[in-house]
Design a protein around this ligand. Sequence first.
Ligand SMILES: NC(=O)c1ccc[n+]([C@@H]2O[C@H](COP(=O)([O-])OP(=O)(O)OC[C@H]3O[C@@H](n4cnc5c(N)ncnc54)[C@H](O)[C@@H]3O)[C@@H](O)[C@H]2O)c1
Length: 342
Amino acid sequence: MRISASADRKETGQSMIKFGAILNLRMTPPYEERMMNQHSDKLDFSGRVAIVTGAGGGLGRQHALALAARGAKVVVNDFGKPASEGALTAAEAVVAEIHAAGGSAIANNGSVTDADAMAAMVQEAMTAWGRIDILVNNAGILRDKSFTKMEMDDFRLVMEVHVMGAVVCTKAVWDIMRAQNYGRIVMTTSSSGLYGNFGQSNYGAAKMALVGLMQTLSIEGAKFDIRVNCLAPTAATQMTQGILPPEVLKAFQPEFVTPAMLVLAADDAPNRTILCAGAGTFAAANITMTNGVWIGTDTDTPEHLHAQLAEVTDRKAETVPKSGAAQGMNEGLKAANAHSEN
Ligand SMILES: NC(=O)c1ccc[n+]([C@@H]2O[C@H](COP(=O)([O-])OP(=O)(O)OC[C@H]3O[C@@H](n4cnc5c(N)ncnc54)[C@H](O)[C@@H]3O)[C@@H](O)[C@H]2O)c1
């Protein structure tokens, strides 16, 4: 859930306040009860090497900590300089946390948009650990404005960081994953991309582009056991700071999203799945196609289509196509059937 400066945001904020009050009463059962619900088949990442981008804070930090706690060696990437001279960068601070907990990690302070820096990051991990099993493309920024007020530079910057950043990092690990016949890639999408959100035309376009990237890479990677999936999180991070009341922030802690990332990065991960995660709820989103209707190719087809639009968009028999070819197949088949009947 991205909250932007708009009437939509106000409305979302108000319902979240009500919802926060309910959550406050119901959240977090006692520790003993939670321990009793622990699952015995722990997802184990021992021997795996993971890169998490934008992992100096927020969701990425939680992803990196969780992967390391479950045995993975982790490259913690985040763009940035130390707050003061001699201080740690955000990525280095997360690496220090992982080391303190007994895990293995390397910090990387490069930008995901810098292809040379990302190639060097991957090379460093290969030299240290000899393989790259998991890439979590998580780094991101916001430049929210209604489309009327949107500067083209802000549109381009958001596309550059989210889309090209993920492309650059994925390209840097792709041939390594192909050669080792194993890879798990998680793209971080958003409900703003999947469904839209006022004030986020740049961010929404970028986040949906990542779904398109995932759809094709999951097909191209399948025979090398490279599985590519998307995660659509909802979490209280610096991106949502100051916007939501404390009880809502408590319910939407970033670590509550991380289980979905772990499942998408696991040995038995699905391929081509979009998982939505927040506040302990997990759901899947799908790109679907309705069965459609053959209307014809005559000069009055626009009028027929206009009259039959409800039937064309009827969702009863819709499918989740396995590739883009499904649309052409459906169209060709329906046309052939129609012509054979005439
Ligand atoms: N928080 C949410 O509710 C939410 C919802 C949907 C999607 N997301 C996505 O989840 C991801 C993580 O967001 P978050 O909420 O943890 O925000 P965040 O701001 O806490 O984390 C993003 C991190 O990315 C880093 N970053 C930015 N540009 C970078 C670059 N060029 N190279 C390397 N690192 C860079 C930032 O320094 C920051 O640490 C983002 O892709 C965001 O779009 C978040």
